[in-house]
Design a protein around this ligand. Structure first.
Ligand code: SF4
Length: 734
């Protein structure tokens, strides 16, 4: 801990204990040791002393022993020429400070009985409210436990203009925090600044003016101690339990404005005992290493416009969004709801227009929590039946966030958006498809609300890793294309992370049952060489998802004994799928289209099916809207394959899996492929060329037919014969 800060804190503590003790000796002479002493109407005595030492201070005489304890705690002032570890002595000095200040304030209640007003509302009495009595404490303290109020900001001093003071107060209120105000800066105090700006103060608005001197900080810390005693089951005297409870449960911090005196340093050191850091606008040394507090202990020179956000970040306060503020109903009941043609007002993506969704992580300072922007036409700007391009770019930041978690969070968009009544979301990545019903538009639903949903729900469901979320939505083609390009680079990076891992090197695979809301018996088995059929989850994503949420949809599967290496069947995988599909699926092959193929949900990037005349496999991607040689378009094929059914000869696959060495190994692999749309061939060209080289099939891509060759089996067969495609001489696939 900074020598400068510790020296000042220890100096300050000495001054405070001296001042309090002098006052005590005077009071003792005047009133005698049996004179009653207490904060008003409370059963918690002087709550910091009671919590830490288990000592109920009832009379002036009881304070003698506490002052002795203060003296025991007080370290010697720091000498200029001696370098020592200072953290522990500074924390002890901070604790002595609070004991002394509590006794100082209690004596003030004897000597100046009208110093603090006796109401909850400062407009009805004096400005300063003093210690909360038990009626107020019970009513307000429970909010610290039920989540209505995550904690408090203990403010020392004030910014110099009322506008800034009001803005900071409002920002803190918006985070549902209590604002406890103390002391003044150069003759100005925060409650007066707020009143000048016609801001209502008092317990009712959570803007609580505790006291005009720094000694009143004990009312804030004492409040936290009482919460631990009353609602946390912590016993008086269990100082460790009380400190840890508050560090973990009460998100509080000190916010200091203006020059920091020795006495303020002493109070800040005291607060660190509870894990409450100090954030200041002033030029003081910082204490950045973590230790007692969750993150940094003292952060300084923070501009006023950033001080709330910085405080939240430093304290590790998680933003709680209790309600998703959108004009339609929201919940899991609407997840499987469809928006059919007759109800359709607007659609985006799904091959009709460009559509892409992407989540990336950024540095803390690059994300403004809660920011939602829409560039391009809003839903309200277009006529019924409109089609718009759409890019949804969510940028998140968090102390615990890792880039490995990005795909997992991104894949949640599907169900999070689907929870909104009258909104249908299908697919993911750059094959997402959004449909908005007429009723939702009538209720006022807009693109902006997609951002609100993602902001709120990512906080709610991934609060442990996400601290900030901003969402940028684009509905102009050029901007959508920009996001699309970025997304493609990100997807390649994600897929490459698997590196040299193979199904043979790993003993554990991962399940994904995220799509069971649409297809109740569907289970994706994700292996290093077989990405989930939506293309959004690879093996590492499954692993990361399990780390984030051990009871979530991605569970480890110990593959167990290998039953058939060519089909890709393992005893452990079969047992898992049987249980996860509730007995609907007995066994699955990871590498076969014909024998026990996997179930398919509806999110697959591509469909693979047999062309019997050609003795080969055709592939079609979701974006391809034309006819295929199977006699069916993608949408018709999807209807046959999806819904969690096992359909030998038809299978949902990801683009990544098409380029895998294990792709349809049981049917002969890549050389069995006879047809795919040109756009898919072009997209996978480089990766397929590498695979063809590995298979000793030079120039193989030119042997694969596409829609320019034909969309009937006859035409495709004639092409294969002309080119001498190897599938024609392979064993017949059954
Ligand atoms: S398609 Fe498979 S991997 Fe993708 S989200 Fe659905 S269940 Fe998970």
């Amino acid at each position: 801990m900074s020598k400068i800060i510790c020296s000042a804190a220890i100096r300050g503590a000495h001054k405070i204990v001296d001042m309090a003790e002098e006052g005590y000796e005077r009071a003792l002479k005047k009133y005698g040791p049996e004179h009653e002493v207490a904060f008003p109407n409370t059963a918690y005595f002087l709550p910091i002393i009671y919590s830490m030492l288990g000592a109920p201070v009832r009379q002036l005489g009881d304070m003698r022993e506490i002052f002795q304890e203060c003296r025991r705690l007080l370290p010697a002032p720091v000498r200029d020429n001696l370098w020592l570890p200072y953290l522990a002595p500074a924390l002890d000095a901070g604790m002595a400070t609070f004991f002394a200040e509590e006794m100082y304030e209690a004596i003030r209640y004897i000597e100046e009985s009208n110093f603090y007003t006796k109401t909850e509302d400062p407009t009805e009495g004096g400005l300063w409210l003093g210690a909360a009595d038990d009626v107020i404490f019970r009513k307000r303290g429970v909010e610290f436990v039920d989540g209505t109020a995550p904690g408090f900001a203990a403010i020392l001093g004030t910014p110099s203009d009322p506008e800034t003071a009001s803005k900071i107060a409002l920002e803190l209120q918006e985070k549902n925090l209590y604002i406890f105000m103390h002391d003044q800066t150069e003759g100005l105090n925060m409650p007066e600044q707020l009143k000048k700006n016609v801001v209502q103060i008092g317990w009712g608005t959570r803007l609580v003016p505790f006291g005009p001197t720094y000694t009143s900080v004990v009312f804030a810390i004492g409040f936290a101690c009482r919460v631990a005693l009353a609602f946390g089951g912590i016993k008086p005297g269990d100082f460790k339990g009380n400190l840890v409870y508050n560090k973990d449960r009460t998100f509080a911090f000190v916010m200091a404005f203006g020059p920091v005196s020795d006495e303020w340093y002493a109070n800040a050191a005291g607060a660190i005992n509870w894990g409450f850091p100090t954030i200041s606008d002033w030029d003081i040394p910082q204490v950045l290493p973590t230790g007692i507090c969750t993150y940094e202990h003292v952060v300084s020179q923070v501009p006023h416009e950033e001080i709330v956000q910085k405080s939240i970040e430093v304290r590790g306060l998680k933003v709680t969004v209790s309600k998703i503020d959108i004009p339609v109903a929201y919940g899991p009941a609407f997840e499987g709801e469809r928006v059919r043609k007759d109800d359709l007002y607007l659609e985006c993506g799904g091959g009709r227009t460009l559509g892409v969704e992407l989540l990336v992580s950024k540095a803390m300072e690059d994300v403004q929590d809660g920011l939602v922007t829409v560039e391009g036409p809003e839903m309200t700007d277009v006529e019924a039946g409109a089609k718009l391009p759409l890019a949804i770019l969510a940028e998140v930041a968090g102390r615990q966030m890792q880039s490995d978690f990005e795909p997992i969070l991104e894949r949640q968009f599907h169900h999070l958006i689907n929870y909104a009544q009258g909104i249908m979301h299908i697919g993911q990545r750059n094959i997402m498809w959004l449909r908005v019903g007429k009723a939702a538009i009538e209720k006022g639903f807009k693109f902006e609300h997609l951002g609100r949903i993602l902001h709120g729900k990512l906080h709610q469901e991934f609060g442990a890793i996400v601290d900030k979320v901003q969402v940028k939505i684009f509905t102009q083609e050029d901007k959508v294309k920009e996001v699309l390009e970025l997304a493609k680079q990100v997807y390649v990076g994600r897929d490459e992370r698997l590196g040299s891992m193979t199904d043979d090197t790993e003993d554990v695979f991962y399940s994904c049952t995220l799509c069971q809301s649409f297809a109740p018996s569907h289970v994706c088995v994700i292996t290093p060489e077989r990405v989930g059929m939506c293309g959004a989850y690879n093996w590492l994503d499954g692993k990361a998802s399990f780390e984030i949420n051990p009871t979530g949809p991605n569970q480890p599967i110990v593959k167990g004994e290998c039953i058939d290496p060519t089909l890709g069947q393992w005893a452990g995988v079969n047992a898992f799928v049987r249980q996860a599909s509730r007995g609907k699926v007995e066994q699955v092959s990871a590498y076969s289209l014909m024998v026990d193929p996997m179930t398919a949900c509806g999110c697959f990037e591509c469909i693979a099916t047999m062309l019997p005349m050609c003795n080969g496999i055709m592939l079609v991607n979701r974006d391809y809207m034309g006819m295929t040689p199977s006699g069916m378009k993608f949408t018709t094929l999807a209807g046959m394959v999806g819904g969690g059914a096992v359909t030998p000869g038809f299978l949902g696959v990801s683009k990544h899996y098409i380029c895998s060495r294990k792709f349809m190994k049981a049917e002969g692999g890549l050389k069995r492929v006879v047809w795919m749309p040109k756009m898919l061939k072009d997209e996978l060209r480089e990766r397929l060329a590498v695979r063809a080289e590995e298979e000793n099939l030079p120039g193989f891509l030119d042997l694969i037919a596409d829609e320019e060759v034909g969309t009937t089996e006859d035409k495709v067969l004639a092409f294969l014969q002309e080119k001498g495609h190897p599938a024609l001489t392979m064993e017949i696939a059954v």
